[in-house]
Design a protein around this ligand. Sequence first.
Ligand SMILES: [Zn+2]
Length: 89
Amino acid sequence: MGRPVIPRSTVNPCKDASAPAPSWWPLDPAKTAGEIAWVKCPNGHVTTLHQRVHRVDADGVVSPSYVCTAYGCNWHVFVRLDGFGEGRP
Ligand SMILES: [Zn+2]
């Protein structure tokens, strides 16, 4: 099974509906009480990656797998965040 590579959005998916699905947007865990990133799933739901649950390696590999928590969504994947570690906004 391949590991989908999620592109980094150029706009904040919480503020701009034009963010691609899927995509991700970096957050600074030091400023967000541990939230690492926003992730927009292919079905358009925006949820967070949190340090309590996930770790993201320097190459963007997320572990454990990512589960969209929106009601009725079945997106459950092992993902890599493209461009992770290339700096934060
Ligand atoms: Zn979803």
